[in-house]
Design a protein around this ligand. Sequence first.
Ligand SMILES: Nc1ncnc2c1ncn2[C@@H]1O[C@H](COP(=O)(O)OP(=O)(O)OP(=O)(O)O)[C@@H](O)[C@H]1O
Ligand SMILES: [Mg+2]
Length: 246
Amino acid sequence: MAIIQTDQLTRRYGRQTAVDGLSIEIGERDIFGFLGPNGAGKTTTILMLLGLTEPTSGRARVLGFDPARDPLQIKQQVGYLPENVGFYDDLTGCENLRYMGRLNRLPEAQAPALIEEALSTVGLEGEGDKLVGAYSRGMRQRLGIAELLIKNPKLLILDEPTLGLDPDGTNRMLELIVSLRRERGMTVMLSSHQLQQVQRICTRVGIMIKGKLVALGSLDELSQGSPGDKARPNLEEIYMRYFKEA
Ligand SMILES: Nc1ncnc2c1ncn2[C@@H]1O[C@H](COP(=O)(O)OP(=O)(O)OP(=O)(O)O)[C@@H](O)[C@H]1O
Ligand SMILES: [Mg+2]
């Protein structure tokens, strides 16, 4: 079964078409890398998948639900890390998680153990009692993932999860994403500008330029069909080729 499926999904803002007839399928346990230059339409697509923005035309199904009709189901069942993760700076990491847990109807009795486990999974053990206002960018990002883990969704949608992270933080985030797929069977869709990272962990990628999907497939599939290339192109070379053509 496809976890995410879109059919000619389109979103216009005035005369501008932010997402133009997007049709993709993301299967169970894929780590799908969603690539494209600034303004390509990645975040707009993600917002439509979450039911946070309505498509102008076309359809999407996420975990079997239509996000335009069933945004509440999607909200409950999908773990979403936005471009800018928002927390209460004047609460500690633990307090933020407890608050989010309550909003998500997490049973109070289970909350402390789940929160502790999530903090340790993301490498924030011992940091839960600090105010989030005193967290570094990487710590906030990891707290964002901890929040998702408590929800334990089948599907994670991460909008630039490694944005602003240092090399070590980036590696830890990538390893975490891979382990969530391996150990919890999660499906992941992530947007990124970091082609080498995407190349390392993604099972499939889609490249979007000016609202249009220009490439879709596994790295193996995308690196074929480059006659004359001595070595197989890497994702950066593939990306630049499409970018220049567009
Ligand atoms: N609320 C909005 N109102 C008007 N135009 C919008 C709105 N949101 C996005 N757009 C436009 O839609 C296009 C796609 O934007 P989007 O944020 O989806 O791109 P993106 O691929 O996520 O870019 P980035 O890599 O910079 O995050 C842009 O041209 C943007 O200006
Ligand atoms: Mg974006």
